[in-house]
Design a protein around this ligand. Structure first.
Ligand code: SF4
Length: 103
């Protein structure tokens, strides 16, 4: 094995390990509380179907964190990160007023 190939393999293993550790650490991140001041201001609900539609008329049936462009998890994940809530997880079935449909 030449040095370039060995360096590439070592880098790849290192990157995969870092991603695995990052994903594991993130899985332990706290979940956003609906009473969190930012969550409250954005009308976040862990179950998007319970959004106060009079207060947040932007909500439309079918919109959920799992299909929002700001959701950092996979659509099949129950919880994932959100760019609006750094270091915390939101429910993939949740919704908030910053919702932006994933392209
Ligand atoms: Fe969910 Fe998107 Fe609001 Fe984040 S920005 S809480 S992913 S709807």
């Amino acid at each position: 094995m030449n040095a370039t190939r060995r360096t590439f393999l070592i880098s790849s293993v290192g990157m995969a390990s870092a991603l695995a550790v990052s994903r594991t650490a993130f899985a332990d991140a706290p979940k956003v509380s609906e009473t969190d001041p930012t969550a409250s201001a954005l009308g976040y609900k862990a179950d998007g179907t319970t959004v106060d539609k009079a207060k947040f008329p932007r909500y439309a049936a079918g919109e959920a964190c799992g299909n929002c462009s700001l959701f950092q998890g996979k659509p099949t994940d129950a919880f994932g990160g959100c760019l609006m809530f750094s270091g915390k997880q939101v429910s993939s079935k949740g919704w908030c007023n910053a919702y932006n449909k994933k392209a």
